[in-house]
Design a protein around this ligand. Structure first.
Ligand code: ZN
Length: 257
């Protein structure tokens, strides 16, 4: 399975999964159909699946136009998103399995950004391989999504699930927010040398318009404040030792950053 990262709108990423042997493709969160159709034409692939993480228009806005071209494509989304995802054909719950080509994926229910948000995790195919996590607007490189429909407790539980995945997981998040996220992170975790080095790397990457997605989950665990609510430095930064309160205060600070 090859993964193509497509830029859309201001700072969105859409991901096209390609099974070259079967001449089939799937797409994750097609907010816009145009660039996806161009990629499919370039690959000479038939679209068989749309994997939506949540209902926001910059993630589902291209569903209808893609279905016009590929009416047999299946449309996956969370069960709680019933009625909110155009063309939805499969209503998924935590622990469900889906597949693309010969790759199975685990569905992880991750409410917080919205009440219905799900993530898709493709486990590695070999013991030394990488897993692929499509997490929409839940976990970002260096940050996490805003809480529009969920509570800090829900988001903390969701991020705990993602934090339990192996370090060797690529994080395919849906926005290029990394530089701003890390600029915030350094204000609450200034003594973290790994974070400082990452910020410098990302500053250089963005100065040259290089994408910072996918991110590496092992590095996220060391540098993303929203995966580090139980680390003393972060707790001190927001004057709390309780997990939910620490997380909520970090999220609140980021909202104002
Ligand atoms: Zn969203």
């Amino acid at each position: 399975m090859e993964i193509y990262r497509i830029e859309a709108f201001q700072d969105n990423y859409i991901f096209v999964l390609h099974d070259a042997d079967r001449h089939e493709a799937a797409v994750v969160d097609p907010g816009d159909a145009g660039p996806v159709l161009r990629q499919l034409e370039h690959l000479g692939a038939t679209l068989t699946a749309i994997f939506n993480t949540h209902h926001h228009s910059d993630h589902v806005g291209g569903n209808r136009q893609l279905l016009d071209q590929f009416p047999a494509a299946q449309v996956y989304g969370g069960v709680e998103d019933r009625g909110r995802i155009p063309g939805q054909t499969h209503w998924l719950e935590d622990g469900d399995r889906v597949s693309f080509g010969d790759r199975p994926a685990l569905v992880i229910f991750v409410p917080g950004h919205t009440r219905a948000h799900i993530a898709y995790y493709f486990a590695p195919v070999s013991s030394d391989g990488w897993g692929e996590l499509f997490c929409g607007d839940t976990l970002f490189a260096g940050g996490c999504g805003r809480l529009f429909e969920g509570t800090p407790q829900q988001m903390l539980t969701s991020l705990t699930k993602l934090r339990q995945l192996p370090d060797t997981t690529r994080v395919w998040c849906a926005h290029e927010y990394t530089l701003n996220n890390l600029r915030f992170a350094i204000t609450v975790d200034s003594g973290n040398p790994t974070l400082r080095a990452r910020l410098e790397q990302v500053q250089a990457d963005r100065a040259h318009h290089r994408p910072t997605v996918p991110a590496d989950l092992g590095l996220e665990k060391q540098t993303n404040p929203f995966l580090r609510w139980d680390v003393a430095a972060l707790q001190q930064a927001v004057d709390s030792t309780a997990a939910v309160q620490t997380f909520a205060r970090l999220r609140g600070k980021k909202d104002l950053f």
